[in-house]
Design a binder for this molecule. Structure first.
Ligand code: GDP
Length: 392
């Protein structure tokens, strides 16, 4: 499906940049327009692919291009004040050519955390196209203020978008890695998973495969339950020999064909299980997910309807949902078969509850310190017997 991607804040902008690179590399054609919004000038300058005319610096009078320093209330205020500047860039997007908006932001910071729910609300008021969010949760070692920001932004963002797709940095954190190289890898993971998912709806398959190809309306319908979504992924490399190669195809008794078909089916069903039970972008219990979409990507010879049908049925059992869609994403020159599963409307997410708990503690701590601050300062500044007088 074709998206207008808007990266809000540093993480958001970097990830939109990555999606543009992915699009270039794979020809998936999912990014119809790319916009980056920030209060920090340096972050916008650091982007490589977002067109310069689509980089919007907001809040110049308030923060002079220096960012909001993880103050997401300020981020939200600035976004409201300068929404017209963002809109004037969005005015140049051919909205009739897009299937949806996707606002991407790290929820632990200030600009994207505060600004993206404001933008979502604004876009929903103006356009009929769905507005989705891709919210990145901070890793738990980032500290209280980031967790508090994320918990508050999450609550607000999920209400303002048609669906909030979530990626949890914490689930992907590796110890002993620098932040930057860590983010490189994490961002690759984000772009791969969501790239396959959204790219699936962009295939205009030939007649041979067209009927089983995922359509963008299936992605939209899966996301239509609203709420929170997570994405699973698993892949396996396929070699030329095992890809139903030419020799076996021409065998007269067809026995190898049957073997190949059975192997293909088995591989698909196993990839579906691995994707659903492996690491999700937001770890959660899949039981109770309201809707799901299964996408199988790879060379057409490695995809078959039976495998997808079985995978779909298995997902119905696991989620308890009868709304499980499935289809192909044929990529002729790929040497991988990959299974991507979108689980929409998930409810049993311990990580969110944990995030909220830490956020509440951080909030209480901040409130306590603020309440005592005046008294503590007075005690420090005033001499014990009150013998000194200030100058004025
Ligand atoms: P903002 O510019 O004020 O919106 O804040 P940032 O985007 O710099 O950071 C917000 C949060 O996003 C951080 O707390 C991190 O959890 C996360 N983050 C920052 N950069 C990246 C990145 O490149 N990739 C990912 N996955 N997360 C990031």
């Amino acid at each position: 499906m074709k998206l207008a991607m808007i990266g809000f804040g540093q993480a958001g902008g970097k990830i939109v940049d990555k999606f543009l690179e992915y699009d270039d590399r794979t020809g998936s054609g999912i990014v119809r327009s790319a916009v980056a919004v920030n209060t920090a000038k340096a972050d916008l300058l650091g982007l490589e692919r977002v067109p310069e005319e689509n980089r919007v610096l907001i809040g110049q009078t308030r923060v002079k291009g220096h960012g909001v320093g993880a103050d997401n209330e300020l981020g939200a205020e600035i976004a409201e004040e300068d929404i017209d500047e963002v809109q004037s860039v969005i005015d140049n997007i051919p909205v009739h050519e897009i299937d949806a908006f996707l606002i991407i932001a790290g929820l632990g910071g200030g600009t994207g955390s505060g600004g993206s729910p404001v933008l979502a609300k604004h876009l929903k008021r103006i356009y009929t196209e769905p507005v989705y969010g891709l919210g990145i949760l901070p890793s738990s070692d980032e500290g209280g203020i980031y967790t508090l920001n994320a918990a508050r932004s999450f609550q607000t963002f999920v209400r303002e978008v048609d669906n909030l797709l979530v990626f949890d940095n914490d689930a992907w954190r590796k110890t002993g890695e620098s932040m930057e190289s860590g983010y490189e890898e994490i961002n690759d993971e984000i772009v791969k998973r969501f790239g396959i998912l959204f790219g699936a709806g962009e295939v205009t398959g030939d007649s041979e495969v067209a009927e089983s190809v995922v359509d963008s309306s299936e992605i939209v319908n899966t996301l239509a339950s609203g709420g929170v979504s997570t994405v699973g992924y698993a892949a396996e490399q396929v070699t030329r020999e095992s890809s139903g190669g030419l020799l076996s195809r021409f065998k007269s008794d067809g026995s190898d064909d049957n073997m190949d078909a059975a192997n293909t089916t088995n591989r698909i069903t196993s990839l579906v299980r691995k994707a659903a039970l492996g690491r999700l972008t937001l770890p959660c219990e899949i039981d109770g997910a309201e809707r799901a979409l299964l996408v199988l990507s790879g060379p057409p010879t490695e995809l078959n309807r039976k495998g997808i049908e079985r995978g779909r049925k298995w997902l119905e059992e696991q989620t308890g949902s009868m709304e499980v869609r499935g289809g192909d994403y044929p990529v002729s020159d790929s040497s991988y078969v990959a299974s991507v599963i979108l689980l929409s409307g998930v409810h049993n997410v311990p990580r969110i509850k944990e995030l909220q708990q830490v956020a509440i503690e951080a909030q209480e701590n901040i409130d306590e310190i603020r309440a005592e601050s005046e008294e503590n300062l007075e005690q420090l500044v005033e001499d014990d017997e009150d013998e000194l007088d200030p100058l004025f």
